[in-house]
Write a protein that binds this ligand. Structure first.
Ligand SMILES: Cc1ncc(COP(=O)(O)O)c(C=O)c1O
Length: 441
């Protein structure tokens, strides 16, 4: 294996969501990837326990996706998305809509999860405007929710560090309580029994603000970035009922849970709940080309398709909405998911995955483990007076010495490998993570 050159100067790049100074002292540099593996700059092979960043669901540098991107770059690099179209955008929208349940029939493209979220929030407010309910502007998120980093996303999000430095964001927001309670749900597999009643808090919020001022509720069906919090049994169904009762739109942020992560095309399918909008990103192109989007129910789209036909119906969009390279990548990715039945693979392995991850119970500092679909989180007890430090230590240990890529959320280890994984991969990932937990104890 060739050893790649690491640049001498790492200063100019201000890395996102990264402890820049400690990274630059001991860089964790990846230079190559294939299927279930990465290679580090030093030439070491690491198994990918994180699907990159929850996105490489099909596995790395898969041939049909690579070829589709290459072919598209030669055929047509870019086409404007406003007032002009490219055929693959329409084909991809049709395919994405077909994967979504119910009458979630229309797709608006963006380039990331954050843009998808802000798009969905804007569509919600605009929808109430065009249907004569302009007072419905309030947006309801949830404590410990993550909806990206746009001003809309951080306003409805519930992660303190992502909010506290950035002013007041949007004015009219409120939050449901988080669904996690270690005492009630510790070491749960799948959906915890306890917590469905927490959806009733939406009634209190309606009582406080009145339904006539509330546009939408946005939740991740499974909160990912705050450390894998699966929905309690009945919780999402109850949210749907209360939203229906008061004419509030329900948005599922499926940026992580979409495209097989919870052993179904979308979490909406797993839970038998049809939200009014689904936001997606990441897995739609298996991480190869940036893309995000919003799937909306027919009634919402139809509400905008009124008035003179020469007038733009929604004053919103991005230069790179439905970028030809992303559309080509998306089509090839969805084909591959289908051809290799990767969502089915996730479903078949879900129990084995849960058994393996839960086998880490009892290792030093492990205070909780949660699994669902092909996702797992292992909470480590924070060091006294240094929250997050144990997480950083395990990140370094896994990367530099155990040869497995993980993700950390504070002091939690988060695992979400590509969905092409097999039983051996599961064994290897969990074994290496276990060794790392012991090594840093
Ligand atoms: C649920 C959810 N929404 C939105 C985002 C933001 O996506 P992006 O980083 O592509 O902007 C993420 C990213 O992890 C996410 O998990």
């Amino acid at each position: 294996m060739t050893v790649a050159t690491v640049p001498n100067d790492l200063e100019a790049f201000w890395m996102p969501f990264t402890a820049n100074r400690s990274f630059k002292k001991a860089p964790r540099m990846l230079v190559r990837a294939k299927d279930m593996h990465y290679w580090s700059a030093e030439g070491r092979q690491l198994i990918d326990g994180a699907a990159g960043l929850w996105c490489v669901n099909a596995g790395h540098s898969r041939e049909p996706i690579v070829k589709a991107i290459q072919d598209q770059a030669v055929e047509m690099d870019f086409s404007p998305p406003f007032q002009v179209g490219n055929p693959k955008a329409f084909q991809l929208a049709t395919k994405v809509a077909a994967l979504a349940p119910g009458d979630l029939d229309h797709v608006f493209f963006a380039n990331s999860g954050s843009e998808a979220v802000d798009t969905a929030l804007k569509i919600a407010i605009a929808y109430h405007n065009v249907t004569g309910q302009g007072a419905r502007q309030r947006l309801i998120g949830r404590v410990r929710g993550y909806h990206g980093v746009g001003f809309g996303g951080i306003a409805v999000g519930g992660m303190v560090p992502n909010r506290k430095m950035f002013g007041s964001a949007l004015p009219a927001v409120d939050h449901l309580p988080a669904t996690y309670n270690r005492a009630e749900q510790g070491f749960s597999r799948g959906e915890p029994e306890w917590g469905g009643h927490l959806a009733d808090d939406l009634e209190n919020i309606v009582g406080l603000h009145d339904a006539s001022t509330i546009a939408a509720v946005i939740v991740e069906p499974m909160a990912g970035s705050t450390g894998v919090l699966p929905p309690p049994k009945g919780y999402l169904q109850k949210l749907r009922q209360i939203c229906d009762k008061y004419g509030i739109l329900l948005i599922f942020d499926e940026v992580i849970t979409g495209f097989g992560r919870l052993s179904a095309a979308f979490a909406a399918e797993r839970y038998g709940v049809v939200p009014d909008m689904i936001t997606f990103a990441k897995g739609v192109t298996s991480g190869t080309v940036p893309m995000g989007g919003v799937i909306v129910r027919k009634g919402i789209y139809d509400a905008f398709m009124k008035g003179p036909e020469h007038v733009v119906e929604l004053f919103h969009g991005y230069t790179y909405s439905a970028h030809p390279l992303a559309c080509a990548a998306g089509l090839a990715t969805l084909d591959l998911y289908e051809k290799e039945d990767l969502f089915g693979n996730a479903k078949r392995l879900e129990d084995k995955w849960a058994d393996a991850v839960h086998s880490l119970k009892g290792l030093p500092n492990v205070v909780d483990i949660r699994t669902i679909g092909i996702v797992g989180a292992i909470d480590l007890a924070p060091k006294p007076d240094a929250p997050g430090k144990r997480g950083m230590e395990v990140m370094d240990e896994t990367f530099h010495r155990q040869d497995v890529l993980i993700r950390i959320a504070g002091d939690s280890i988060v695992l979400s490998p590509p969905l092409m994984l097999n039983e051996n991969n599961i064994g290897e990932i969990v074994d290496k993570v276990g060794k790392a937990i012991k090594a840093i104890a």
